[in-house]
Design a protein around this ligand. Structure first.
Ligand code: NDP
Ligand code: 8X3
Length: 253
C-alpha cells in the first residue's frame, strides 16, 4: 500500500520540492500552508502522479491545526510520514535591537507550530506503532551566528524536540529525524528581510543549495529500510563551511 505523507509549508521552497519528489514515488500527499491558491496549483500539477489532499491553516493557531487534521477524510487519516517543515526567519538584528513581533513569529511558527502539528498527528502513529517524523531544523540549530539569536534559538529548540521525540517514541518503533540545511535559495530570505533589497543578495556570488537538493535528502531518509533511521543530517552547499564562512566570487557581487 502507498504511504501517506503530511508536509507543512508545502506552498514554497523545501516543502513544495518535497511534495514534487514524493509524488514521483507515488506517495500520497497532504499538503499544508496558508496560501490556498498555491496549494491548488500544486495539487493540479501533481494529481496525475498521486492522490493529493490540501489543508489550509496557520500552524500558530492550535485550534485550526487540530480541526484541520481531524477533518482529514478516512483515506488520508493514517499518516505514515510527517514532514514538519513550515517555518521562517523574521529579521536579522542584534538582540538589543530585535523586534518582539519577529521573536514571537519565530517561536510561534518554528517551535510551537511544529509542536501543535505533531500533537495532532502522533496519536495515530503511536496507536499503529509505526511512522516517521522528519523535522526540518537548520545549521542555525547547530551553531549560533551574529544577529541570528532568536532564529538560532528556535532551530536549537527544533533539534532538542527532535531528540526528545526520538527518545519518547522509541517504544513505538517510530522513526524521528532532523534534516538541517545551511543556505537554501528559496523565499526564505524574502520573508526574513520582508521584501527588502537585502534579500536579493543572500544567494549571490556562490551556488547555494536548492530546495530540490534538500527534498532528495528527505526522500532518501524516508526510503531507507525499516531498521534504518537517518537520525540527523547537516547539509551545506560546497561554498559554505559554517554559518559565517561562505566562499563567494567577489566579481559576481
Ligand atoms: P519558504 O519561505 O520558501 O517556505 C516556507 C513555508 O512555510 C511556506 O510554504 C509557508 O507557507 C510556510 N509557513 C510559514 N509560516 C507559516 C505559518 N504561520 N503557518 C503555516 N505555514 C507557514 O522557506 P524554506 O522552504 O526555505 O523553509 C522551509 C523550512 O526550512 C523552514 O523551517 C526554514 O526554517 C528551514 N530552513 C531554511 C533554510 C534556507 O536557507 N532557506 C535553511 C535551513 C532551514 P504559507 O506562507 O503558504 O503559509
Ligand atoms: C537558514 C540558514 O544561515 O540563513 O536556516 O540561518 S541561515
Amino acid at each position: 500500500m502507498k504511504k501517506i505523507a503530511l508536509i507543512t509549508g508545502a506552498t514554497s521552497g523545501i516543502g513544495r520540492a518535497t511534495a514534487h519528489e514524493f509524488a514521483k514515488h507515488g506517495i500520497h500527499l497532504i499538503l499544508c500552508g496558508r496560501r490556498q491558491e498555491r496549494l491548488d496549483t500544486i495539487k493540479n500539477a501533481l494529481h496525475k502522479e498521486t492522490r493529493v489532499h490540501t489543508l489550509n491553516f496557520d500552524v500558530r493557531d492550535k485550534d485550526s491545526v487540530a480541526e484541520a487534521i481531524a477533518s482529514l477524510p478516512k483515506s488520508f487519516k493514517s499518516i505514515d510520514i510527517l514532514i514538519n517543515n513550515a517555518g521562517n526567519a523574521h529579521g536579522l538584528d542584534p538582540i538589543q535591537k530585535g523586534s518582539i513581533e519577529d521573536w514571537d513569529a519565530m517561536m510561534d511558527i518554528n517551535v510551537k507550530g511544529l509542536l501543535y502539528v505533531s500533537k495532532a498527528v502522533i496519536p495515530q502513529m503511536t496507536e499503529r506503532k509505526s511512522g516517521h517524523i522528519i523535522n526540518i531544523g537548520s545549521s542555525a540549530g547547530k551553531e549560533v551566528y551574529p544577529k541570528g539569536n532568536v532564529y538560532c534559538a528556535s532551530k536549537h529548540a527544533v533539534l532538542a524536540i527532535t531528540e526528545g521525540m526520538r527518545i519518547d517514541l522509541n517504544p513505538f518503533g517510530i522513526k524521528v529525524s532532523a534534516i538541517n540545511p545551511g543556505l537554501v535559495e528559496t523565499e526564505f530570505s524574502k520573508v526574513r528581510f520582508k521584501g527588502d533589497a537585502l534579500a536579493d543578495n543572500v544567494y549571490k556570488g556562490y551556488e547555494a543549495l536548492q530546495a530540490q537538493d534538500v527534498a532528495e535528502v528527505i526522500y532518501f531518509a524516508i526510503s531507507r529500510p525499516a531498521h534504518v533511521n537517518i537520525a540527523d543530517v547537516l547539509m551545506f552547499c560546497t561554498a559554505q563551511a559554517s554559518s559565517t564562512i561562505v566562499k563567494k566570487e567577489i566579481s559576481q557581487l
